[in-house]
Design a protein. Sequence first.
Length: 224
Amino acid sequence: MFDPVNTTPSSTSIEIQANDTILRSILEIPPNAQSIIVFAHGADSNGRSPRNQLVARSLQQRGFAVLLPDLTDDGDDSESALTEDPVAVRRAAERLTALIDWLSENAMTRHLRIGLFGGRSGAAAVMMAAALRPDRVHGVISRGGRPDLADSLLEDVKAPTLMIVGSRDQAHIDHNRKASARMKRRPMLELIQGATHLFREPGKLEQVASMSYLWFRRTQAMCG
């Protein structure tokens, strides 16, 4: 399904059929884009949150297409839709996988390489989706997330992976190191100095955005 509404020159609100539900999403495709980055975030955040949009806008302004889906639906409990509950994380991963399939088949996007960006519990969902679609995902970023929740699927992630964590967020540094140890293709772990879990300190989220751009530019180049 492709149902555009509220179209602007830079973005389109669409509805995408993902397995048993319809996901409301924001799609932005700048001219000459070669890759599209799909976002997944935790239960208190979605495609319309300022934090998500800051990173997405930075990527879009630098030539990347972006897809910001709301991975919940009207039937989900908004408090548990993307929490650390294994069932909720797996459901999010299944929806992300369906979005990857849609992007690979849709005429507007099938020429674009696919990258995944996950924050908080959404980090586990992007890891799982990357493991389930290893030939379609060219790069992955986990931002302040719990990639360790992807559990046994971590060893199947083939895409180059960057884990970004605040240097003052010791709990998530430990979670990311635990996930890294399980991966056959070892990720790169980068600490944002002086940042806490949500990167609310001045300039820290902008550092995340710049780091993300450089990573996806690198992984895009690796695809030729």
